[in-house]
Design a binder for this molecule. Structure first.
Ligand SMILES: C[S@@+](CC[C@H](N)C(=O)[O-])C[C@H]1O[C@@H](n2cnc3c(N)ncnc32)[C@H](O)[C@@H]1O
Length: 202
């Protein structure tokens, strides 16, 4: 793990005990809508404190990965309350320990603001998802509104320092750079928060 990745990981370790109290960016109905129809063998990247776990259907198998051991400690507390079968693993999304074409679906929610090399992370997702699989995401990114985008640029150094998250990432460009294809894009909170349905395009 390089030095920058280690730094961001430590920032998530640091905020892990407060994360559930302070993070309300994603509304529960958005999580439910994103996850309720998934099937088969699912990978959740950046599972964090496990906020999504209760929304997976009963008949799926979920592997949740995160590079922050302290976020995972919180997620473990939610595993028994999940209807799905859940396994959690400490792992860097930029270097995943899974064979090619393993998963029917890959999920991320507010993760690619903080993955140090987002294009590498998206490339890894493309590698581990099956060719006919799908990738579903709720991700926040830089606003398309000129003034709002500039404000986010201004506060970005602060958010990275405090919580490890960039608020001005051009996530759509990063997804496309990794060779993935965006099939559907819905704005949930202006252009900042989006629901994305993506195909691996392979
Ligand atoms: C803002 S939190 C979101 C957590 C959860 N997905 C949610 O919706 O509440 C971002 C999570 O991504 C994880 N993360 C960021 N970069 C990562 C990487 N390279 N590999 C694995 N996990 C990563 C962080 O440790 C953190 O738990």
């Amino acid at each position: 793990m390089n030095k920058h990745t280690e730094t961001i990981k430590k920032r998530y370790d640091r905020i892990s005990s407060l994360f559930d109290v302070m993070d309300h960016m994603i509304r529960d109905p958005w999580r439910k809508d994103l996850l309720e129809n998934l099937r088969g063998n699912i990978l959740e990247v950046g599972v964090g404190t496990g906020a999504n776990l209760r929304y997976y259907p009963a008949n799926v198998h979920v592997t949740g990965i995160d590079f922050s051991p302290k976020m995972l400690v919180k997620a473990y507390e939610k595993v028994n309350k999940a209807e799905a079968k859940v396994v959690l693993r400490e792992m860097d999304a930029q270097h995943m320990d899974f064979p090619n074409n393993t998963f029917d679906a890959v999920v991320s929610t507010c993760v690619f603001c903080s993955v140090p090399n987002p294009v590498k992370g998206f490339q890894e997702i493309r590698r581990v998802v099956k060719p006919e699989g799908k990738i579903v995401m709720l991700e926040h990114m830089r606003s398309e509104n000129g003034l709002a985008g500039k404000m986010l640029d201004l506060v970005n150094p602060l958010t990275v320092r405090i919580i490890g998250a960039n608020v001005n990432r051009k996530t759509i460009i990063n997804i496309e750079k990794a060779g993935l294809k965006i099939e559907q894009q819905n704005y949930l909170m202006t252009s900042i928060m989006r629901k994305l349905i993506i195909s691996p395009n392979k």
